[in-house]
Design a protein around this ligand. Structure first.
Ligand code: PLP
Length: 381
């Protein structure tokens, strides 16, 4: 019997946990670079930590279980995971990406991918017809975020899968914003799911991690081979921290979503707030599509203020909410995408998307919602 996702978050893969030495309930940290061979050709199953490590193995198998993946590799950061996936492509290959991607993804695509001769086209992937129009003979993959970072555009994963099947493309989904607790793109046909594990999965703003989940035997083999070759693995200690974070993923996601809903509704009523981007609000243009492919809305809210001065005042005056890059942790964080997460996105793209000097992004944590609202209220006054 397969346990519910809440139980799998908390207990991990029970067959492995039951085998822990001395009955340890939490995962032992195998802080070792290498593993002794008992004899020639006699491996313990682990030879060298860049390739595999029991602590990391347990984390990887837990993520595979949550995402419904065949296999997962745990990387040092989300960017390491994205960089690893780029290694699948050859000079001349073309990828179609959501126009509103995390700025670091855009940076690695242009600074590393384009230098290696890969080509990228950024379109609004909410528009499947537009995506199809951009598919050419060299197109090899569709690369999406849904919701996107930071303007929360929703892409129809099923529609992307239909295009991927029709044109023999890989469908790659960065699932950082909703985590497998709310969205499991592989159930809808994605071939690769990526994560910045730094965010909701680890959940405590205390460690960095990244994941590449694969759906097929062929992709598993190619990614595993590249993984041991380029060496961007997660350390045993960070694997332990991430697994510890995942134990509470379900309760955190629920609580953060509850808080986010209250805050989004409150923000909508404020005169100085002009637009609220939260996929849990029924007037969000992607509301129905998102509902059809997820179990929830998450806790990422973006909003625009009436003036740049108001935006800057909020950032300078918040007391409880921390003005910092990142998202998904228990502490609420507020970010200025134009100057922080999306500073490397070309200005004309930022402006077209509305990522202006009045645009702020809020990652809602697990605090008391009224305290967060009171903090925003005093900052706005
Ligand atoms: C959607 C998304 N993907 C990937 C990353 C990169 O992750 P990391 O910071 O762990 O390298 C981020 C970071 O903010 C992100 O928001």
């Amino acid at each position: 019997m397969e346990y519910g996702i809440e139980t799998r978050c908390c207990h991990g893969v029970t067959e492995i946990v039951k085998e822990h030495s001395f009955g340890a309930v939490s995962v032992p940290i195998y802080q070792t670079a290498t593993f002794a061979h008992r004899g020639i050709g006699e491996s313990t199953g682990h030879d060298y930590t860049r390739v595999s490590n029991p602590t990391r193995d347990e984390l990887e198998q837990t993520i595979s279980s949550l995402e419904g993946a065949l296999d997962t590799v745990a990387c040092a950061t989300g960017m390491a995971a994205i960089s690893l996936v780029l290694e699948l492509f050859d000079t001349g290959d073309h990828l179609i990406c959501s126009e509103d991607l995390y700025g670091g993804s855009v940076r690695v695509f242009s600074a590393v991918g384009e230098r290696r001769g890969l080509k990228f086209t950024y379109v609004n992937t909410a528009d499947a017809a537009l995506v199809e129009k951009n598919i050419g003979p060299d197109t090899k993959a569709l690369y999406i975020e849904t919701p996107s970072n930071p303007t929360m555009q929703i892409t129809d994963i099923r529609a992307m899968k239909a295009l991927a099947d029709k044109y023999h493309l890989l469908l790659i989904v960065d699932n950082t914003f909703l985590s497998p607790y709310f969205q499991r793109p592989m159930e809808l046909g994605a071939h690769i799911v990526l994560h910045s594990g730094t965010k909701f999965l680890a959940g405590h703003n205390d460690t960095l991690a990244g994941f590449v989940c694969t759906a097929t035997e062929e992709l598993k083999e190619r990614i595993r081979y590249l993984y041991k070759t380029v060496g961007n693995c997660l350390s045993p200690f960070d694997s332990y921290l991430t697994l510890r974070g995942i134990k509470t993923l379900a309760v955190r996601m629920e609580r953060q979503q509850e808080n986010a809903m209250q805050i989004a509704e409150w923000l909508k009523k404020q005169d100085k707030i002009k637009q609220v981007y939260y996929i849990g609000l029924p007037d969000h243009p992607g509301y129905e599509v998102n509902k059809s492919q997820t179990d929830g809305f998450g806790s990422m809210i973006s909003f625009t203020t009436d003036t740049e001065e108001t935006a800057r005042r909020i950032l300078e005056r918040v007391n409880l909410i921390v003005f910092a890059e990142s998202l998904g942790g228990v502490e609420s964080l507020i970010t200025y995408p134009m100057l922080q997460t999306h500073s490397d996105v070309p200005v004309e793209v930022r402006e077209r998307l509305g990522i202006t000097e009045c645009f702020l992004r809020l990652s809602v944590g697990i605090e008391k919602a009224e305290d967060l609202i009171a903090d925003l209220r005093q900052a706005l006054e």
